[in-house]
Design a protein around this ligand. Structure first.
Ligand SMILES: *Cc1c(COP(=O)(O)O)cnc(C)c1O
Length: 396
């Protein structure tokens, strides 16, 4: 079954829900059992594997372990990522922190990509450190040379491909090969590409993470995360720890995410098309010195992207022609009409932010001196978006 078909059909077992086309919102904490024997046999309802055709009432033992609404979302994401199991968490960041806490322990060492999502870096530096877990940041372009950074206690390599500010694509197969040779777990934040355009688990990665908040939700109206695992050992450890940590997700938000995902393939096609049109219209503008977008032919990571990905998201950055002051950048961006100023992305609406990679990285040096701006291209008309960006560049 093609992914576009899975997006529409999976996690949608009408037979379990009185024929309803969408899984209803099961808004519940307590689940009642017919007798003590079935309550005790449910083992607190820890559900390891995917929903079966028939479903099983005993799976739903208490709201924190998921409701039929949560399980429906788990099932469709699991199918799309090609995983064995999925845990839904209350945000993308909590999917990351749950994974790190579940799979690492005091005294362990983790290799973390230098271009990782900012709050992931903060969690390593502030929280993991408290538990005696040491983080080493590595160059996203490192490839097989990552073997030189492995220590005796290295238990995890964390990837994010591409990073969501400067869009370096990682050589995932090369890193996975080294990880497997050294018995190291690999985790990849797959939020940018979505499971539609990239399948890290198929390349041997053990855990794929989605900020469901982004393209899966698709409407900037929910916060959720997903951890999708492959392999029994990793799956069991993750589920046990998620249970111990009290990880839960709102059935209402799961229902919104299920509604969002049904149109994801259609939205992604339009996001991607709009992005190509916008980039082609602005790439030769004298105020822009470089486009950072792996799907763009002139990008340094274009070939690597083509070899691993089936498509691209609509988030990209530009390096301007020189360094601009805060006031100049504010004049450019504050006066944009269609591009909102705000964190996140993946919704229907366009966004813009400026950023400075050199202030964030520690393992690599950002050598561009000009200012950087990130654009998120929404579903508006491209002529309107291009006109807004051109006017903004003219204001510089
Ligand atoms: C937004 C984002 C997250 C976190 O998602 P939230 O739901 O906002 O916590 C994680 N990784 C990446 C790459 C993101 O862009």
């Amino acid at each position: 079954m093609a992914k576009k078909t899975k997006i529409v059909t999976k996690g949608r077992n009408s037979k379990l829900h009185a024929g309803c086309v969408n899984p209803p919102i099961y808004q519940t904490s307590t689940v009642l059992f017919p007798d003590l024997a079935s309550y005790h046999s449910a083992e607190n309802g820890v559900r390891f594997y995917k929903e079966t055709e028939n479903g099983n009432a005993a799976d739903y033992s208490y709201g924190i372990y998921g409701t039929p609404t949560t399980f429906a979302l788990q099932d469709v994401l699991c199918e799309l990522e090609g995983g064995d199991a999925c845990v839904i968490t209350s945000s993308g960041l909590s999917a990351i922190t749950t994974t790190l806490l579940a799979l690492l322990k005091s005294g362990d060492h983790i290799l973390m990509v230098d271009t990782v999502y900012g709050p992931t870096r903060r969690f390593c530096n502030k929280e993991l450190k408290k538990y005696g877990i040491e983080t080493t940041y590595y160059d996203p372009t490192i490839g097989a040379d990552i073997k030189n950074l492995i220590q005796k206690n290295t238990k995890m390599i964390f990837l994010e491909s591409p990073g969501s500010l400067t869009f370096e694509i990682q050589d995932v197969p090369a890193i996975v090969k080294i990880a497997k040779e050294n018995d190291i777990i690999t985790v990849l934040d797959n939020s940018w590409a979505t499971p539609l355009y990239f399948n890290p688990l198929k390349l041997g990665v053990d855990v794929s993470i989605q900020a469901v908040t982004k393209y899966i939700g698709g409407h900037s109206d929910l916060l959720l995360g997903a951890i999708i695992t492959k392999g029994e050992a990793v799956t069991k450890r993750l589920f046990k720890s998620a249970q111990n940590l009290g990880v839960a997700a709102s059935p209402y938000d799961c229902s919104l995410a299920l509604r969002g995902i049904r149109s994801m393939a259609a939205r992604m096609e339009m996001h991607q098309k709009n992005t190509n049109v916008v980039i082609n219209a602005i790439k030769d503008n004298p105020k822009i010195s470089k486009i950072l977008y792996p799907a763009y032919e002139g990008d340094d990571f274009h070939e690597l992207w083509k070899s691993q990905f089936k498509g691209a998201a609509s988030l990209f950055s530009v390096v301007l022609d020189r360094k601009y002051s805060d006031a100049e950048l504010a004049n450019m961006i504050d006066n944009m009409e269609l591009f909102g100023i705000g964190a996140s992305w993946g919704g229907y609406e366009s966004l813009v932010l400026n950023f400075d990679p050199s202030s964030i990285r520690t393992a690599t040096k950002w050598t561009e001196t000009a200012s950087c701006v990130r654009f998120y291209i929404g579903l508006e008309d491209t002529e309107d978006l291009i006109s807004d960006i051109k006017k903004a560049l003219d204001r510089l």
